[in-house]
Ligand binder design. Structure first.
Ligand SMILES: Nc1ncnc2c1ncn2[C@@H]1O[C@H](COP(=O)(O)OP(=O)(O)OP(=O)(O)O)[C@@H](O)[C@H]1O
Ligand SMILES: [Mg+2]
Length: 482
């Protein structure tokens, strides 16, 4: 049961808020000012703090700072009188999750808190369950679907062996990460992980790239050069796009795998190969064997321990964990504080087919980062290709819990906090914004059956602004009463 600290110098308000929260199933405690709140937070384990701004001894804003530096994961919501709304907006910039305007209606309060916890627990669960393999370059290998959990167990086991591994999977499914995890979680981790992209090396150079050459071995071989097999001595050699190597190289590779020895070009000296081979491909090697493009004997050598990465569309349960992971990374890269995705955005992400797999997902999240100006990624910030079939109604079903930063009543600005679906054909900010506002208002009115008060509360629009906008767009609330 989540525990909430209610902080206000007004005793009656504390009582009414705590009783509403208790009734909704939350555990509560009370504090009468900022200092009291900080002491209690440090002593106890609270999941959220609901805090007034103007209080004796220490203001809510100061207390917010202290609470956040003590434990950033505590969700702080500011309760404020309308006259202090600017402070509340400031508070969201220093880490408050949200702010609610006084007088607080218990229904509205409980609705907001429920939603906030739902979103938070989603993000938390994702972050907790996410990283299983942490790679030295700072990347995590993330997955929470049953398919990926199985693969993680297999990697864990295979990392301890020296047998070749063949990694199969569509482009962008994480084959390179598997190869790295096999290396860095095994006994060879202190030696090199050397990746070679077989399709990137010209046919004439590949043998020397792999095995090295003696000085003068061929025209242009000005000095002796060691090859990747020697460079990776004691470590792992990752042969990416193995399906692309020529039949001649396939024979040579087979020999190394069988005899664990190779000969540099132009040399008569055999060298022991102490490398673990991990290969990857997105090609259909079985078909290539039938077409006599890939040697069957090499295939069997490599395919002793295969790992098949399923495409993302077949493990949609990973979408949330991966999104949370990329959100964290982009938060630090872009110095933003996006907290997750709305339910609507998750629904769209799950409906997408992801032909580019995780690489595509990473790009989609980055794209949304650039467009999103609230602290959850909304459907409208996702790229067009994910949006087909979306009505703005999804904005509501998304259950946005975070108020628009401009959500004050002073408001020519109102609406700028909403994301606008940008159409490439009509790249006009003002027109797109107005179109979005209009559609949003219509969906909101439909959802709340034309009731102005409810629409204003649930869609986070000050009532006055709502009325003004309806007039501007010629929308009649009564048209939506049923
Ligand atoms: N499970 C995952 N967790 C975190 N990041 C991932 C995961 N899978 C893939 N990625 C990221 O997605 C991108 C593509 O992954 P990777 O390069 O390993 O794919 P690939 O299968 O080798 O693709 P290709 O066949 O195109 O080379 C990388 O940036 C990688 O870090
Ligand atoms: Mg790759």
């Amino acid at each position: 049961m989540p525990k909430i600290l209610v902080v206000d110098d007004d005793k009656d308000l504390r009582l009414s808020v705590t009783s509403a929260l208790k009734e909704a199933g939350y555990a509560t405690d009370e504090a009468a000012d900022g200092e009291d709140a900080v002491t209690k937070v440090k002593a106890g384990s609270f999941d959220a703090v609901l805090m007034d701004v103007n209080m004796p001894r220490m203001t809510g804003i100061e207390a917010l700072r202290e609470i956040k530096s003590h434990d950033a994961s505590i969700m702080v919501m500011i309760l404020t009188a309308f006259s202090n709304i600017r402070d509340a907006v400031e508070a969201t910039k220093i880490g408050a999750y949200n702010y609610l305007e006084k007088p607080v209606k218990s229904d509205n309060l409980v609705y907001m808190i429920d939603k906030a916890f739902k979103t938070q627990s989603m993000v938390r669960a994702m972050t907790l369950s996410a990283p299983i393999f942490r790679l030295p370059n700072g990347t995590d290998f993330v997955g929470q679907s049953s398919e990926m959990k199985k693969i993680f167990t297999v990697i864990d086991r295979l990392a301890q062996t020296d047998t070749p591994v063949l990694i199969r999977g569509e482009s962008g499914t994480g084959k390179e990460l598997v190869a790295q995890a096999l290396h860095f979680y095994g006994p060879r981790k202190d030696n090199r992980f050397v990746a070679v992209n077989c399709s990137a090396i010209p046919e004439s150079l590949i043998e020397s790239e792999f095995f090295g050459h003696e000085k003068g071995a061929f025209t242009g071989a000005d000095s002796r050069k060691i090859g990747k097999f020697q460079y990776a001595e004691g470590g792992t050699l990752f042969l990416d796009e193995i399906g692309e190597i020529s039949p001649a190289m396939q024979v040579k590779l087979l020999r190394v795998l069988q005899e664990k020895k190779f000969t540099p070009v132009g040399s008569n000296r055999e060298i022991e190969a102490n490398v673990r081979i991990v290969a990857a491909t997105n090609r259909n090697l079985e078909q290539m064997i039938k077409n006599e493009q890939f040697r069957e004997d090499l295939f069997y050598r490599l395919n002793v321990l295969p790992i098949a990465l399923p495409p993302l569309r077949e493990r949609k349960n990973d979408i949330e964990a991966l999104s949370a992971y990329f959100i964290e990374r982009f938060n630090s890269r872009y110095k933003k504080n996006i907290k997750g995705l709305t339910e609507g955005a998750v629904t769209l992400m799950k409906a997408h087919k992801w032909p580019g797999n995780i690489r595509e997902l990473e790009n989609v999240i980055e794209h949304s980062f650039v467009l999103e100006n609230m602290d959850l990624i909304h459907p409208e910030s996702l790229p067009e290709k994910l949006q087909s079939g979306v009505s703005t109604g999804s904005v509501l079903s998304a259950g946005t819990v975070v108020l628009d930063e401009n959500g004050s009543e002073d408001t020519s600005e109102m609406g700028d906090g909403l994301s606008v679906s940008v159409s490439m054909e009509r790249f006009d900010f003002q027109a797109s914004k107005e179109e979005f506002e209009k559609q949003f208002l219509i969906s909101a009115l439909k959802a709340f059956k034309g009731k102005i008060n409810q629409t204003a509360i649930h869609a986070n629009i000050p009532k006055k602004t709502l009325l003004r906008k309806l007039e501007k767009y010629g929308i009649t609330a009564r048209d939506f009463t049923n």
